[in-house]
Design a protein around this ligand. Structure first.
Ligand code: PCA
Length: 157
């Protein structure tokens, strides 16, 4: 099993969450919520309003998301789905746990320095240079007041 932190359309209530529930693609077990230890720019870019965490540590916000434990099959599905390694690259990042459901000891009750775990995150270094000038978000919501609703793959032309 691998640990993955999702911050975009794969979160609960977001347009691609259904893939996390699709057992034909493998298993994804919700473990808790967290945020990136480092700051990153999270932007919504392109004509399909796709969220991207730009891999520029130190700029932007601590980004909120959900932690899942996934099996190899789901990890492979997510790599394909996220266009990894072209669109996004999956790299380990330090995530501070803010809420925990897993049954190993509750990180929420530990001192802050002990609440950190390494998770895979789909961020990108292959972004268009002008994207760094877009607004930065700390908690992605496709139907947020920015008005930039995500365009599902099957609705693109
Ligand atoms: N899907 C991945 C990366 C961005 C996106 O929309 C995620 O939710 O973490």
């Amino acid at each position: 099993m691998a640990r993955v932190f999702v911050y975009g359309t794969l979160k609960q209530g977001q347009p691609n969450y259904r893939h996390m529930l699709n057992t034909a693609k493998g298993v994804a077990k919700f473990q808790g919520r967290g945020r990136t230890v480092e700051k990153y720019p999270l932007v919504i870019a392109g004509k399909y309003n796709i969220p991207y965490m730009l891999n520029i540590p130190g700029t932007g916000h601590h980004v909120a998301g959900e932690i899942y434990s996934v099996d190899d099959q789901m990890l492979q599905f997510l790599d394909e789905f996220e266009g990894c390694p072209d669109m996004y690259q999956r790299t380990p990042m330090s995530i501070e746990v803010v809420e925990w459901e897993g049954k190993s000891s509750a990180p929420g009750e530990r001192p802050a320095a002990c609440r950190v775990m390494e998770c895979f995150v789909y961020s990108t270094t292959t972004y268009q240079p002008e994207w760094v000038h877009l607004p930065y978000y700390d908690n992605y919501d496709s139907s947020g007041k920015h008005g930039l609703s995500y365009v599902l793959r099957e609705s693109r032309d």
